[in-house]
Design a protein around this ligand. Structure first.
Ligand code: ADP
Ligand code: MG
Length: 289
């Protein structure tokens, strides 16, 4: 049975918004040496906004993108849907919508044409390429550290959209606090572009980061980082890594599958609460041993 001191530590953590699913999870947090963070939706806010649309027909492009993205749970998808709603653009209906984790989403129009929204990898997979104007727009967005979405129909790129994202408040302090609490290594893992990752890492004082990762890359990296290892994530793409890590931590604003795969849930999406939980866990462990 679980020692009373661990139960009371779990209760105290829960009052602070850190929900441990088991006493084993509390014990694991006390021993964690490395924490890996997903970027989008974890270090950054789940609320992104579409800041720029580069297309011949902007409203048409937004209508198509929103039709696709209304079938996705990704923070980028929510931003696209919100932008279309804000401009009262009605969504293009799509069929067979399929999320491609780490890449984007694909579907077909009523007439059978394939349509898609996602990153360069997805574009390449769809056999499409950028016009010089679109290429220049994408480079400019990358240079600014903005995330982007490419929207296409068959092998034609219809639009390039810039999506702006803001860090969750207090995130740099949260990471510094974990260091103080004795977690030696902090690493950012992201499916986003290298330039975007660099900008965010720099802002947070994170010296270790890996970018342009597919879900299977995140999973593989779980086995390469010095353990015991905790992974913090929000997305469908993070679920395998959350399950594989010694300790999976999900933000409550994340997808259901991330929350189910995790051992700990941050109820207020506040990573600032983690350092305190590490201290509680260490104290409880010391008392039990
Ligand atoms: P992160 O690891 O930073 O949370 P993800 O692995 O969720 O990022 O996504 C990786 C990349 O895949 C995103 O940066 C984006 O380019 C693309 N992507 C994933 N899902 C979507 C989507 N629904 N719409 C557009 N792009 C997407
Ligand atoms: Mg994410």
């Amino acid at each position: 049975s679980t020692p009373a001191v661990m139960l009371s530590a779990m209760a105290a953590a829960a009052r602070g918004g850190v929900l441990f699913k088991s006493s084993a999870a509390l014990d694991a947090l006390a021993r964690v040496n490395t924490i890996a963070f997903d970027k989008t939706g974890t270090l950054t806010q789940a609320r992104m906004t579409v800041a720029r649309v580069v297309a011949d027909d902007e409203a048409g492009a937004l209508a198509l993108a929103a039709g696709l993205e209304s079938h996705s749970e990704h923070p980028i998808a929510r931003a696209v849907v919100a932008a279309a709603q804000a401009q009262s653009v009605s969504f293009v209906p799509v069929r067979n919508a399929q999320a491609v984790p780490g890449l984007g989403i694909t579907a077909t129009l009523e007439g059978g044409e394939s349509v898609w929204a996602g990153n360069l990898r997805l574009m390449t997979r769809e056999g499409a390429s950028l016009t010089p104007v679109q290429d220049a727009a994408l480079r400019e967005l990358n240079a600014q550290g903005s995330s982007s979405v490419i929207v296409g129909m068959g092998n034609r790129v219809v639009a390039v959209m810039g999506v702006s994202d803001t860090l969750r408040p207090g995130i740099a302090e949260a990471i510094a606090g974990l260091r103080t609490a004795g977690v030696a290594h902090q690493v950012m893992l992201t499916g986003d572009k290298m330039e975007v990752a660099q900008a965010v890492a720099h802002e947070l004082g994170l010296t270790e980061y890996r970018a342009e990762l597919l879900p299977e890359d995140k999973l593989r990296i779980m086995g390469e980082l010095p353990g015991p290892l905790a992974m913090v994530g929000d997305g469908v793409n993070d679920a395998p890594a959350l399950a594989r890590a010694d300790l999976g931590i999900a933000v409550a604003s994340g997808t259901d599958v991330a929350i189910e795969s995790a051992d700990v849930v941050l109820m207020q999406n506040d990573l600032g609460k983690l350092a305190g939980a590490v201290r509680l866990a260490k104290d409880a462990r010391r008392t039990v041993i």
